[in-house]
Design a binder for this molecule. Sequence first.
Ligand SMILES: NC(=O)c1ccc[n+]([C@@H]2O[C@H](COP(=O)([O-])OP(=O)(O)OC[C@H]3O[C@@H](n4cnc5c(N)ncnc54)[C@H](OP(=O)(O)O)[C@@H]3O)[C@@H](O)[C@H]2O)c1
Length: 277
Amino acid sequence: MSNASPKAGASADEFPRKTFGMPEGSFRLDGQVAVVTGASKNIGTSISLAFAEAGADVVMVARKKDRLDSAAAMVRREAPDRRIMTFVADVGNAADADALCAYVLEEAGGADVLVNNAAGYGTTKATSILEIGDETWDEVHRTNVLGPFRLIRGLFAEAHKSGRPGNIINVLSGSGFLPVPTPLACPYGVSKAALWMMTRYLSMSLAPHIRVNALVPGVVTPSGEPRNNVQAGVMNQIPMGRLGMPGEIAGAAVYLASPASSYTSGEVIFCNGARAW
Ligand SMILES: NC(=O)c1ccc[n+]([C@@H]2O[C@H](COP(=O)([O-])OP(=O)(O)OC[C@H]3O[C@@H](n4cnc5c(N)ncnc54)[C@H](OP(=O)(O)O)[C@@H]3O)[C@@H](O)[C@H]2O)c1
């Protein structure tokens, strides 16, 4: 029996790769410079490593130099061809944020990707929600809301004017979408809700060249095991029946930063083990 002739309409001309294939460079970040805040631990270290393995040079940012240097050394070992820079900064401090932006613009020629991952949870002596003081609100707001905005402004204002492409990922929390049973998490949850709304405003204003998306990790620890009673207590709310590990969040960041998500902006991805926020 002879082979059936190709079906009419199935020629390469009518099904060009350009139309049906994923965008060129999907899931790759070759030649890009990515800035990751909160990069010395847990999710931020994992995103830095995943970005470097996807081809990006990375500027890793945190406050404590020793831990940042160790995390950067690990990323360099795993991705020896990439340039891995470190910058010690408190993202909630205006002078530090300015210095970081100046460093990235001068040393790396600007940022293609920014991940606002560093977060403050707020130190408080309060024992109930109405005892939470202004200083806690200030601290959390500076780190989780104002800091990310300063970095976006400092790194992308020129790009917005010139049409240079860019990609921003804001790391949120489920507590910014629904209250958690821990009342003292209120400033943190409110700050993450604000960062989500900032994501949406900026995605509209910075289109079409700069995309702005958000990523919500579930409960994640370096070992995947609970480290305290609160984490142990939420286990039964997670349909997958376990906590997440940092590497299980990083893939979503690579997706959002790469051309694979080229038509996605102002959106959020939850990586939380099917927890129904
Ligand atoms: N892990 C989770 O279960 C979970 C769940 C929901 C959402 N999230 C979100 O995911 C992100 C990462 O969480 P994580 O658990 O991986 O964080 P983490 O383990 O607490 O580590 C925080 C990282 O941010 C740095 N950092 C903290 N404050 C900073 C500041 N003001 N300026 C610069 N760097 C700062 C820390 O280093 P230094 O202390 O040296 O600065 C560290 O590298 C956060 O936005 C968090 O809200 C996490």
